[in-house]
Design a protein around this ligand. Structure first.
Ligand SMILES: CC(C)(COP(=O)(O)OP(=O)(O)OC[C@H]1O[C@@H](n2cnc3c(N)ncnc32)[C@H](O)[C@@H]1OP(=O)(O)O)[C@@H](O)C(=O)NCCC(=O)NCCS
Length: 169
């Protein structure tokens, strides 16, 4: 048995969908997942690519199974330039503690360094202490703790109301 970390292919999307659900279950928010396989395929591998992804692929007796992923995209800081946002990071429970997560996150950080990004950012639920500790042990800074940043979201009717007020020509 070997576990390789590699860039995701379009054909990995069903495996990634299963892992997305695994992470949502872990966060006790599985009812919030609205993603469809076709949407993930189109958004990651269609003409306009909205995300990139590394997968951990367990290979055994010629069979392949995805057991972890780190999904990310590029953002931009007007203070510091190019950045990466790591949206999802997950390893299936039975494969944790073997360095797979570190390899996945390391792959995202390597891209950040290669592309001269100033930051790799991500959000963590306040109650997810094991992951908060995992990130802090690796030198990540909790921006809410240090600078009191809060994560905001516009969605649904509030979003549509603002969009309707646009005067863009
Ligand atoms: C966070 C996560 C991706 C890390 O993946 P991983 O493959 O366990 O990562 P690693 O093996 O590289 O490191 C795990 C660390 O926990 C320790 N550990 C040991 N046994 C462990 C176990 N059974 N489960 C988890 N961690 C374990 C390891 O020693 C290691 O310690 P270190 O930080 O000092 O290196 C994984 O724990 C996970 O999927 N958690 C649930 C989802 C989640 O919280 N995702 C992040 C959302 S923001």
């Amino acid at each position: 048995m070997s576990i390789i970390v590699r860039e995701a292919l379009q054909t990995d999307c069903q495996g990634i969908m299963d892992l997305i659900m695994g992470l949502a279950v872990y966060e006790k928010m599985e009812d919030k997942v609205k993603m469809k396989l076709e949407t993930l395929q189109e958004d990651g591998f269609g003409n306009e690519k909205y995300f990139k992804c590394f997968v951990a692929d367990r290979q055994e007796n010629g069979a392949s199974k995805l057991i972890g992923y780190a999904l990310y995209y590029f953002t931009y800081s007007t203070w510091e330039g190019k950045c990466i946002y790591m949206e999802d990071f997950y390893v299936s429970p039975e494969y944790r503690g073997k360095g797979v997560g570190s390899r996945l996150m390391g792959s995202v950080c390597k891209i950040a360094v290669e592309k001269k990004c100033a930051r790799v950012q991500f959000s963590v639920l306040g109650g997810n202490k094991p992951s908060i500790d995992f990130y802090k042990r690796r030198g990540a800074i909790d921006m809410t703790e240090v600078e009191d940043w809060h994560l905001f979201r516009l969605t649904g009717s509030a979003l549509e109301k603002l969009a309707a007020n646009s005067n863009t020509v």
